[in-house]
Design a binder for this molecule. Structure first.
Ligand SMILES: [Zn+2]
Length: 219
Protein backbone atom coordinates (compact mmCIF):
# COMPACT_ATOMS: atom_id res chain seq x y z
CA UNK A 1 0.00 0.00 0.00
CA UNK A 2 1.19 3.50 -0.83
CA UNK A 3 2.26 5.85 1.94
CA UNK A 4 -0.66 7.64 3.63
CA UNK A 5 -1.08 11.32 2.76
CA UNK A 6 -3.32 12.28 5.66
CA UNK A 7 -6.43 14.28 6.37
CA UNK A 8 -5.69 17.58 4.66
CA UNK A 9 -7.36 20.63 6.19
CA UNK A 10 -7.00 23.92 4.28
CA UNK A 11 -7.80 27.24 5.91
CA UNK A 12 -7.84 30.52 4.07
CA UNK A 13 -10.23 33.42 3.61
CA UNK A 14 -12.57 33.64 0.63
CA UNK A 15 -10.47 34.48 -2.45
CA UNK A 16 -7.25 32.95 -1.08
CA UNK A 17 -7.44 30.14 -3.63
CA UNK A 18 -8.33 27.21 -1.37
CA UNK A 19 -10.34 25.53 -4.10
CA UNK A 20 -7.41 25.71 -6.54
CA UNK A 21 -5.00 24.25 -3.98
CA UNK A 22 -7.44 21.50 -3.04
CA UNK A 23 -7.70 20.45 -6.71
CA UNK A 24 -3.89 20.33 -7.03
CA UNK A 25 -3.55 18.07 -3.98
CA UNK A 26 -6.37 15.80 -5.18
CA UNK A 27 -4.67 15.32 -8.57
CA UNK A 28 -1.11 15.08 -7.35
CA UNK A 29 -1.76 12.57 -4.54
CA UNK A 30 -4.77 10.76 -5.97
CA UNK A 31 -6.97 11.24 -2.92
CA UNK A 32 -10.61 12.42 -2.91
CA UNK A 33 -11.97 15.79 -1.92
CA UNK A 34 -14.58 15.53 0.81
CA UNK A 35 -16.87 18.54 0.62
CA UNK A 36 -19.44 18.89 3.38
CA UNK A 37 -21.29 21.52 1.34
CA UNK A 38 -21.74 19.03 -1.52
CA UNK A 39 -22.77 16.19 0.80
CA UNK A 40 -25.34 18.35 2.58
CA UNK A 41 -26.77 19.67 -0.69
CA UNK A 42 -27.01 16.11 -2.02
CA UNK A 43 -28.90 14.99 1.08
CA UNK A 44 -31.26 17.93 0.96
CA UNK A 45 -31.91 17.29 -2.73
CA UNK A 46 -32.50 13.57 -2.20
CA UNK A 47 -34.87 14.38 0.64
CA UNK A 48 -32.91 12.22 3.08
CA UNK A 49 -31.94 15.19 5.26
CA UNK A 50 -34.14 16.02 8.19
CA UNK A 51 -36.57 18.81 7.34
CA UNK A 52 -35.22 20.94 10.16
CA UNK A 53 -31.67 20.67 8.85
CA UNK A 54 -32.79 21.51 5.32
CA UNK A 55 -34.55 24.62 6.60
CA UNK A 56 -31.38 25.70 8.42
CA UNK A 57 -29.43 25.30 5.17
CA UNK A 58 -31.96 27.35 3.23
CA UNK A 59 -31.61 30.19 5.73
CA UNK A 60 -27.85 30.07 5.10
CA UNK A 61 -27.09 29.24 8.73
CA UNK A 62 -24.53 26.78 9.98
CA UNK A 63 -25.84 23.24 10.22
CA UNK A 64 -25.54 21.50 13.60
CA UNK A 65 -22.16 19.94 14.41
CA UNK A 66 -23.60 16.47 15.16
CA UNK A 67 -25.17 16.19 11.74
CA UNK A 68 -22.07 17.31 9.81
CA UNK A 69 -19.83 15.10 11.96
CA UNK A 70 -21.99 12.09 11.19
CA UNK A 71 -21.92 12.79 7.44
CA UNK A 72 -18.14 13.12 7.46
CA UNK A 73 -17.64 10.01 9.56
CA UNK A 74 -19.72 7.93 7.14
CA UNK A 75 -17.86 9.33 4.15
CA UNK A 76 -14.41 8.65 5.63
CA UNK A 77 -15.26 4.95 5.97
CA UNK A 78 -15.35 4.61 2.18
CA UNK A 79 -12.33 2.77 0.73
CA UNK A 80 -11.21 5.71 -1.42
CA UNK A 81 -10.41 7.69 1.76
CA UNK A 82 -7.99 5.08 3.14
CA UNK A 83 -4.76 6.97 2.23
CA UNK A 84 -6.21 10.37 2.94
CA UNK A 85 -8.53 13.07 1.63
CA UNK A 86 -8.80 16.83 1.31
CA UNK A 87 -11.52 18.31 3.49
CA UNK A 88 -13.55 21.18 2.14
CA UNK A 89 -15.77 23.22 4.45
CA UNK A 90 -14.83 21.11 7.45
CA UNK A 91 -14.00 21.40 10.32
CA UNK A 92 -15.72 24.75 10.83
CA UNK A 93 -15.90 24.72 14.63
CA UNK A 94 -13.61 23.52 17.41
CA UNK A 95 -16.17 20.79 18.19
CA UNK A 96 -16.00 19.54 14.61
CA UNK A 97 -12.19 19.58 14.80
CA UNK A 98 -12.33 17.49 17.95
CA UNK A 99 -14.74 15.04 16.31
CA UNK A 100 -12.38 14.74 13.33
CA UNK A 101 -9.50 13.83 15.64
CA UNK A 102 -11.67 11.14 17.18
CA UNK A 103 -12.60 9.68 13.77
CA UNK A 104 -8.94 9.42 12.78
CA UNK A 105 -7.69 7.83 15.98
CA UNK A 106 -8.55 4.36 14.73
CA UNK A 107 -6.99 4.49 11.26
CA UNK A 108 -3.73 6.27 12.03
CA UNK A 109 -4.09 9.01 9.40
CA UNK A 110 -2.33 12.21 10.46
CA UNK A 111 -4.14 15.55 10.22
CA UNK A 112 -2.21 18.06 8.09
CA UNK A 113 -3.42 21.59 8.55
CA UNK A 114 -2.52 24.52 6.29
CA UNK A 115 -3.36 28.16 6.68
CA UNK A 116 -3.21 30.25 3.49
CA UNK A 117 -2.54 33.73 4.81
CA UNK A 118 -3.38 36.90 2.92
CA UNK A 119 -4.42 40.40 4.00
CA UNK A 120 -7.84 41.92 3.35
CA UNK A 121 -6.27 44.76 1.33
CA UNK A 122 -5.00 42.11 -1.13
CA UNK A 123 -8.23 40.12 -1.22
CA UNK A 124 -10.79 42.87 -1.71
CA UNK A 125 -9.62 43.86 -5.24
CA UNK A 126 -9.45 40.16 -6.20
CA UNK A 127 -12.97 39.51 -5.01
CA UNK A 128 -14.65 42.71 -6.16
CA UNK A 129 -13.22 42.26 -9.66
CA UNK A 130 -14.61 38.76 -10.03
CA UNK A 131 -16.87 37.94 -12.97
CA UNK A 132 -18.46 34.58 -13.69
CA UNK A 133 -19.87 33.05 -16.83
CA UNK A 134 -23.43 31.90 -16.12
CA UNK A 135 -23.20 29.32 -18.91
CA UNK A 136 -19.91 27.45 -18.40
CA UNK A 137 -18.89 28.59 -14.90
CA UNK A 138 -15.56 30.15 -15.97
CA UNK A 139 -14.27 32.74 -13.49
CA UNK A 140 -12.45 35.91 -14.53
CA UNK A 141 -11.07 38.87 -12.67
CA UNK A 142 -11.01 42.34 -14.20
CA UNK A 143 -7.79 43.09 -12.25
CA UNK A 144 -5.76 39.91 -12.61
CA UNK A 145 -7.33 37.61 -15.18
CA UNK A 146 -9.61 39.62 -17.49
CA UNK A 147 -11.56 38.07 -20.38
CA UNK A 148 -10.11 38.81 -23.83
CA UNK A 149 -13.15 40.93 -24.70
CA UNK A 150 -14.53 42.98 -21.79
CA UNK A 151 -17.50 41.36 -20.02
CA UNK A 152 -17.70 38.38 -22.42
CA UNK A 153 -16.68 34.79 -21.72
CA UNK A 154 -13.65 33.66 -23.78
CA UNK A 155 -15.10 30.20 -24.31
CA UNK A 156 -18.68 30.88 -25.28
CA UNK A 157 -19.04 34.70 -25.54
CA UNK A 158 -21.78 34.72 -22.89
CA UNK A 159 -22.11 38.09 -21.06
CA UNK A 160 -20.37 37.77 -17.67
CA UNK A 161 -22.05 38.40 -14.33
CA UNK A 162 -20.91 39.82 -11.01
CA UNK A 163 -22.48 37.98 -8.09
CA UNK A 164 -24.41 40.07 -5.57
CA UNK A 165 -22.20 38.77 -2.75
CA UNK A 166 -19.08 40.04 -4.54
CA UNK A 167 -19.90 43.65 -3.60
CA UNK A 168 -17.31 45.28 -1.35
CA UNK A 169 -19.34 45.68 1.86
CA UNK A 170 -20.59 42.10 1.59
CA UNK A 171 -17.03 40.92 1.05
CA UNK A 172 -15.73 42.79 4.10
CA UNK A 173 -18.43 41.13 6.18
CA UNK A 174 -17.57 37.68 4.78
CA UNK A 175 -13.89 38.20 5.57
CA UNK A 176 -14.67 39.23 9.15
CA UNK A 177 -17.04 36.30 9.59
CA UNK A 178 -14.29 34.00 8.33
CA UNK A 179 -11.81 35.37 10.90
CA UNK A 180 -14.30 35.01 13.73
CA UNK A 181 -15.23 31.48 12.74
CA UNK A 182 -11.82 30.07 11.83
CA UNK A 183 -9.57 31.52 14.51
CA UNK A 184 -10.90 29.17 17.26
CA UNK A 185 -10.50 26.10 15.00
CA UNK A 186 -6.86 26.93 14.21
CA UNK A 187 -6.30 27.60 17.92
CA UNK A 188 -7.79 24.22 18.74
CA UNK A 189 -5.29 22.44 16.46
CA UNK A 190 -2.38 24.43 17.88
CA UNK A 191 -3.40 23.60 21.45
CA UNK A 192 -3.49 19.94 20.51
CA UNK A 193 0.10 20.22 19.34
CA UNK A 194 -0.91 19.83 15.67
CA UNK A 195 1.41 21.80 13.37
CA UNK A 196 -0.44 24.42 11.32
CA UNK A 197 1.66 25.12 8.21
CA UNK A 198 1.39 28.72 7.08
CA UNK A 199 1.41 29.44 3.35
CA UNK A 200 1.90 32.91 1.88
CA UNK A 201 -1.33 33.59 -0.01
CA UNK A 202 0.16 36.56 -1.89
CA UNK A 203 2.38 34.21 -3.92
CA UNK A 204 1.27 32.90 -7.33
CA UNK A 205 -0.98 29.84 -7.00
CA UNK A 206 1.66 27.56 -8.57
CA UNK A 207 4.23 28.52 -5.91
CA UNK A 208 1.75 27.95 -3.12
CA UNK A 209 0.95 24.48 -4.47
CA UNK A 210 4.67 23.77 -4.83
CA UNK A 211 5.21 24.47 -1.13
CA UNK A 212 2.09 22.59 -0.11
CA UNK A 213 3.03 19.47 -2.09
CA UNK A 214 6.62 19.54 -0.79
CA UNK A 215 5.39 19.62 2.80
CA UNK A 216 2.97 16.75 2.12
CA UNK A 217 5.62 14.66 0.34
CA UNK A 218 8.23 15.22 3.05
CA UNK A 219 5.87 14.29 5.88
ZN1 LIG B 1 -18.54 30.67 -20.53
Amino acid sequence: MQKPVGAIVLFGPPGAGKGTQARVVVQRFGIPQVSTGDMIRAQVKAGTAATAAAAIMQRGELVPDEWVNQLVEERLKQPDCRRGFVLDGYPRTARQAQALQGMLEGNGLPIRTFDIRIGHHELIPRLTGRQCCPRCGAIYNVHGNPPKRPNLCDRDQTPLETRADDREEVIRERLLAYERQTRPVIEFFRQQGQPVYELDGTLPASEISGQLCRILSAA
